[in-house]
Ligand binder design. Structure first.
Ligand code: PLP
Length: 376
């Protein structure tokens, strides 16, 4: 036994596992049924034609063996067509797209690849907790990069050198869309610092108030310094199916594919075929989903008028807790669960995140309980 701690001991406690356990314990206590606005799990199923495509593919005899490890070329073509048609970006499907078993996997793999540059990995604060897990698994040092009020990094606080930077617009948890110029600023920083950039585009299509989805790869120089992760979970409600993409730098794409060849054996073929149906079929449901979350966002902001609350995109609202109110009290005394802001980083302290991926009647009940919890 050597003295060095096990690499897995560097992992932070899994934030959502802990949150789910805390909410389940509170739900089991006597009292009114708990309203859970803590977790972001899409409540609208995938489009019917996508479920049909999965069922048809699964009913065939020849779809149950190992899939090609790197994914179906037609699936890579389909995501390239989406980048061209929706985000205005040309990508080469054979060298600039990796198929992932969900974009969460890509977050981890990116850090494994980027760490070879040496130096720290820079993470938005507040930011998605799994980024911290990625840094810990890569045994890298982590530097928090504070986000200002509009979601823009405080570049003055960025280190002079680094191995990589994670960015996320629309962002979880602060629900900010990409502020003007932020991608160009990130590319300039990455060039100076010798770092890779990962842009997490999981909520890319969920933008409100007439905004257009903004891909990092539409920025000049982006694919020379980084990658974008696209997820089928939010745009198509396919979270449990586990399908996503890494798009951008051919060097990063090929390293991620290489890593996946050793760790995974491809994505189940019917899921890939249904992914093609989702990306190439009718797109009306993407907009319907966006409009549904936007209408819920409007109701949430109206109900939270007494506190500072933000949401330009995603299916979350980020709000400041009134003086003296804690998430624990909301859970214990008001029977409503929200995600405590400090779980997303030190700068999340005093804030909380609520999920709009909640059926309308429950959301309204939860909002009513929150508004009733504020001090007079
Ligand atoms: C910011 C962010 N990135 C990535 C993911 C992972 O998404 P996927 O289902 O594609 O793994 C999530 C999931 O909630 C997320 O909120």
């Amino acid at each position: 036994m050597r003295g060095r701690p096990h690499r897995l001991e560097r992992l932070p406690e899994q934030y959502f596992t802990r949150l789910l356990a805390r909410v389940a314990a509170a739900a089991a206590q006597a009292g009114d049924p708990l309203v859970d606005l803590g977790r972001g799990n899409p409540d609208v199923p995938p489009p019917a034609h996508v479920v049909d495509a999965l069922a048809r593919a699964a009913a065939r005899d020849d779809t149950h063996g190992y899939a090609p490890f790197a994914g179906l070329p037609e699936l890579k073509d389909a995501i390239a067509a989406r980048y061209r048609d929706v985000y205005g970006v040309e990508v080469d499907p054979s060298s600039e797209v990796a198929v992932l078993p969900g974009s969460k996997t890509g977050l981890i793999e990116f850090a494994q690849v980027a760490v070879e540059r040496g130096g720290a990995i820079v993470l938005p604060d507040p930011g998605y907790p799994d980024y911290r897990s990625a840094v810990a698994l890569a045994a890298a040092a982590r530097v928090p990069l504070p986000l200002l009020g509009d979601g823009r990094p405080d570049w003055d606080a960025a280190p002079a050198e680094g191995a990589a930077l994670y960015l996320n617009y629309p962002s979880n948890p602060v629900a900010a869309c990409a502020p003007a110029g932020v991608f160009a600023e990130a590319i300039a920083w990455a060039r100076r610092a010798g770092a890779w950039v990962l842009h997490d585009f999981a909520y890319g299509d969920l933008v409100f108030d007439g905004r257009r989805p903004q891909s990092f790869l539409a920025e000049d120089g982006a694919r020379e310094v980084g990658l974008e992760l696209f997820s089928m979970s939010k745009s198509y409600g396919m979270a449990g199916w586990r399908l996503g993409f890494a798009v951008g730098s051919p060097e990063l794409v090929s390293r991620i594919e290489d890593l996946q060849n050793h760790v995974f054996a491809g994505v189940f073929l019917p899921v890939q075929q249904a992914g093609i149906a989702a990306l190439t079929g009718p797109q009306a449901t993407v907009d319907e989903r966006r409009r549904l979350y936007e209408a819920r966002r409007d109701r949430a902001l109206a109900a939270l008028a007494a506190v500072e609350a933000r949401c330009e995109g995603t299916f979350f609202v980020w709000f400041r807790l009134p003086e003296g109110v804690t998430c624990e009290q909301l859970l214990e005394h008001h029977r409503v669960a929200v995600a405590p802001g400090e779980g997303f980083g030190d700068r999340g302290r005093g804030w909380a995140r609520l999920s709009l991926a909640t059926p309308d009647d429950l959301l309204d009940l939860g909002l009513e309980r929150l508004a009733g919890a504020w001090p007079p």
